[in-house]
Design a protein around this ligand. Sequence first.
Ligand code: PLP
Length: 380
Amino acid sequence: MRPIIYADNAATTKLRADALEAMKPYLIEEYGNPSQSYSFSRGAKKALKEAREIIATCINATPEEIYFTSGGTESDNWAIKGVAFALENKSPIITSAIEHHAVLRSCEFIERLGYPVAYLPVNTEGKVLPNTLNNIITERTRLVSIMFANNEIGTIQQIKELAYIAHKNGAIFHTDAVQAVGHINIDVQEMNVDMLSASAHKFGGPKGVGFLYVKSGTHLISFMSGGSQESSKRAGTHNVAAIIGMAVALKSSINEIATVQKLYEEERFFISKLQDAGLVIGNDFTWNGDHKEGNHLPGVISLSFKGRDGEVLMHRLDLKGIMISTGAACDSVNTQVSHVIKAINVPSDFETGTIRISFNQDTSHADVEAVADALLMALK
Ligand code: PLP
């Protein structure tokens, strides 16, 4: 394979070597079904228990509050439909206009079934202002679902404040933390969230596995009917190796969170390279989202270039072996301007020129420089 510079870590990440090593025995020797009670399954069962404990510790939950799923999409679908369908009456739900499609499409689905859904606007930095939630929430609201950090522009929401408003009105608070888990510290108790979605492949774990944190006492119905796995709430034989890989990847990512902070510096360096080449923020490009340190995901840069086509820029960089994205990966077949870019009001002559670059801890300073140089060439 030709060498590449991978700058699309918000789409997915490379499997960590320690996660792969930890997974191997459960793919080869320890293949017993952890739901069986004979001795051969004991190893898998024990590993599953440990993985649950590790994950719970990583987000300050208890092991009983962690439910393994097939990834972020399932966790989001379950959180929304599971809470909606838990009650007989069709109580209102509030979400935001910039959620991932896993949340938006789930909300649209229940809306078609007669549940009232409100989509909160965001400001130009992609922030849901707590007041906008305060203004429309009522005591009838059943669920509020606001993402922890946005996958296209990286903006981190004021989750603690939003959860507080939800609880004050008796609603359950869910957050899609798929982009945030493993990249920034998350403490579910400190934030006081009731449900949180995560996906292993966003933090160096394998694809097709994730979890939903559900605070004890939160009423949601089971999503998958079948066996009694996951306290009879999510049936299906466990993907043992993947779950173990996820736990190891999460623990290692969290141990490295401090080093990820250097990515904020790399972002500033990247932008300064564009500016040194004569490009002016506001005139030639916009730097989207709240890009102050700590207010967005480290390493995620969303830019919109005036009069350009993000798709063309992406392909020009691809020819040079550099992988970036035009927006959400799941949107790559869709050349329309994303709902996030629309929601933050990127000017119409800039919006089609949107690209997302997402570095991670494996990205070297030389890589960052090479991506900036290649982008400048592509713009010429
Ligand atoms: N939520 C967010 C914010 C995401 O970025 C993604 C994936 O891009 C998902 C949900 C879906 O996660 P998964 O790919 O594990 O289904």
